[in-house]
Design a protein around this ligand. Structure first.
Ligand SMILES: [Zn+2]
Ligand SMILES: [Zn+2]
Length: 131
């Protein structure tokens, strides 16, 4: 009976989706529920994206966007250049995997630095756009 109800409420949509009608009829009730869930999730994750730093752009030490992204060759973790250099000069090991690490064991990752710049710009535009 769920199917009947949702079929009625979906009549208009169906006219646009004539091609897939056969398949849709079978799963109509289920699909509608799933779509609603998805919508909610999307809203949440957009919000999270604005408020949290993506793991691919995060400094392992300060948990903020990397400022001049650098990676350790031992475990490929990301750091701000300044933060990992401070750490190595203090302990001579990787703060993530604790292997021995020297200044020669870190590599700058310009690609990620560029990505962060781009991402922050997009975020700013998104936030400004919503205001
Ligand atoms: Zn940092
Ligand atoms: Zn490491």
């Amino acid at each position: 009976m769920n199917i009947e109800i949702s079929e009625n409420s979906k009549k208009e949509e169906k006219i646009e989706n004539l091609e897939n009608q056969g398949e849709k009829d079978k799963n109509n009730g289920e699909e509608e529920q799933k779509n609603e869930e998805k919508d909610n999730q999307n809203e949440n994750s957009t919000f999270e994206k604005i408020s949290s730093v993506p793991i691919m752009m995060k400094c392992f030490l300060c948990q903020d966007y990397c400022n001049e992204s650098v990676q350790t060759i031992c475990c490929n973790k990301l750091f701000c250049k300044r933060h990992i250099i401070e750490e190595i000069l203090k302990n001579f090991k990787c703060p993530s995997c604790h292997q021995r690490c020297e200044l020669k064991d870190i590599i700058e990752n310009k690609k990620i630095s560029e990505d962060i710049k781009w991402y922050k710009k997009q975020l700013n535009e998104l936030i400004l756009g919503e205001m």
